[in-house]
Design a protein around this ligand. Structure first.
Ligand SMILES: *[C@@H]1O[C@H](CO)[C@@H](O)[C@H](O)[C@H]1NC(C)=O
Ligand SMILES: *[C@@H]1O[C@H](CO)[C@@H](O)[C@H](O)[C@H]1NC(C)=O
Ligand SMILES: *[C@@H]1O[C@H](CO)[C@@H](O)[C@H](O)[C@H]1NC(C)=O
Ligand SMILES: *[C@@H]1O[C@H](CO)[C@@H](O)[C@H](O)[C@H]1NC(C)=O
Length: 425
């Protein structure tokens, strides 16, 4: 039944004709995929019996300790009350370098968490490779994801909890995490690496609060989302579905989009494993959304990957991106005329003033990225005072290959290490 529903929704998501009759199926599907209670426990260790019953998944510490790397968990509260979890790999078993290390901070993309930097073994995992090189690796989490569903005054059942987008992640979560880390390590600055929305968030920060520029030695962006000069037809179709989706989510009081839940983990493990005939559907959806790259997709790892991503985001985040696509601009969230006047003292939301971003930026992008087109990357570069772009030297590289590709090390991570090395004092 789940499978039929799944297929059905995929078909209608990409078909042009939409009717009322699909609402019922869609709402059933959405309630399944966006449950109010994730029903999942994240643990540091799992025994074989627990692996089968699916209700437990490894957390960041568990994922890292599998390979005998040390890992730490830190907590920080933002100025507006969100309790965030930051992870850290302070050193590598391979590195006995005792001198004070520089910090590299990693920030995940939309609907993800710190987990996705450490899903592969140390020869393929960027966080591990950085630790091997002697860096002090810190891995951030955004409000609302599977690690950050807590607030000083609100529960996740309060719709206000979900009133945020990459703007608040950038201007509130990042300062809280940066200040905590820099204070904790007594350092003045750090290297930043952000994938997709991770990059969008720091662009919002550095243009809205330019005083943070001096804390960033260099920011490395992987497939950054900012401008939308060109959008692919599939992505446009998916996004133009959003007003409809938003309405259904609102009716069902769903504000948390695609949380990491028992439903996503069970779906991933039953429908996307190597022995399931349905695996082709999992792959088709992935390729349709992000770009098709069969040689670089490890299908065996798919159930594990999809057990950690999705990890939830706010519907407002999707909405903010959609607004930017329609406006063909990188600008603040549009609250409607009345609220815009209150917040911005003008009718329409102001564009982010990215000329204020003085920190050096190095952008990696991919030719087969179905979300961010090359044209949009070059537009971003044009607006940034201090940016350099580098195309991944592999034609099929897609939006999620930056974290998922079998050979991400060869295609991107080795270059990242070189870029950082150039700045090391
Ligand atoms: C939490 O609630 C208290 C009491 O209502 C209020 O004073 C405080 O500002 C709130 N804090 C945040 C972060 O919203
Ligand atoms: C900075 O770190 C010290 C310990 O290293 C701690 O006592 C202090 O409260 C921290 N300050 C802030 C503002 O977090
Ligand atoms: C995106 O879709 C909307 C409506 O579905 C359409 O009006 C618009 O022209 C499309 N834009 C592009 C760039 O394809
Ligand atoms: C694919 O993933 C499986 C399971 O995680 C792993 O054992 C295997 O080595 C991976 N293959 C490649 C080519 O990376």
């Amino acid at each position: 039944m789940k499978f039929i529903l799944f297929t059905f929704v995929i078909v209608i998501m990409f078909s042009e004709k939409r009717s009322q009759s699909i609402s019922y199926f869609l709402s059933t599907f959405l309630n399944f995929l966006c449950p109010k209670d994730p029903g999942l426990i994240k643990v540091k260790r799992i025994n074989q019996a627990e692996r089968v019953n699916n209700a437990k998944v490894l957390d960041f510490i568990g994922l890292v300790e599998r390979y005998h790397y040390p890992a730490e968990e830190h907590s920080v509260t933002t100025e507006d009350g969100y309790n965030l979890v930051i992870h850290r790999i302070p050193r590598s078993p391979l590195s006995n370098n005792q001198k004070r290390k520089e910090i590299v901070f990693l920030l995940h993309g939309m609907i993800a968490s710190s987990d996705y930097w450490v899903l592969y073994d140390p020869s393929k995992c960027l966080a591990c490779l950085l630790a091997d090189q002697g860096y002090d690796v810190w891995v951030g989490n955004m409000r609302g994801n599977s690690y950050c569903r807590s607030h000083t005054n609100m529960t996740v059942y309060n719709p206000k909890f979900w009133q945020y987008s990459f703007h608040e992640v950038g201007t509130k979560d990042l300062p809280a995490m940066f200040n905590y880390i820099l204070n904790c390590t007594k350092q003045k600055n750090l290297y930043f690496i952000g994938h997709s929305m991770g990059a969008t968030s720091i662009l919002a920060l550095l243009s809205s609060k330019p005083e943070y520029n001096i804390k960033i030695k260099i920011a490395i962006f992987l497939a950054p989302c900012a401008f939308w000069v060109k959008v692919t037809p599939t992505f446009n179709n998916t996004m133009s579905f959003l007003p409809f989706l938003k309405e259904i989510l609102r009716v069902h009081e769903i504000y948390d989009f695609l949380p990491q839940s028992l439903a996503t983990v069970t779906t991933a493990k039953t429908l996307c494993n190597d022995n399931a005939v349905t695996q082709t559907i999992c792959i088709a959806v992935l390729f349709l959304l992000f770009g098709s790259d069969a040689p670089q997709l490890n299908t065996t790892a798919l159930p594990d990957l999809l057990s950690h991503v999705p990890a939830g985001t706010s519907v407002q985040t999707l909405d903010h991106y959609y607004q930017n696509i329609l406006a063909n601009d990188f600008r603040n969230y549009d609250y409607g005329i009345v609220e815009n006047y209150k917040r911005y003292k003008q009718k329409t939301p102001p564009s982010y003033d990215i000329k204020k971003i003085t920190a050096p930026i190095h952008i990696f992008y991919a030719e087969n990225d179905m979300i961010v087109a090359e044209e949009s990357i070059l537009e971003l570069e044009k607006h940034l005072p201090n940016a350099f772009t580098q195309k991944v030297p592999y034609k099929l590289f897609n939006h999620v290959d930056f974290v998922m590709a079998i050979d991400a090390k060869t295609f991107v991570y080795n270059s990242i290490l070189k870029v950082i090395q150039k700045f090391v004092s």
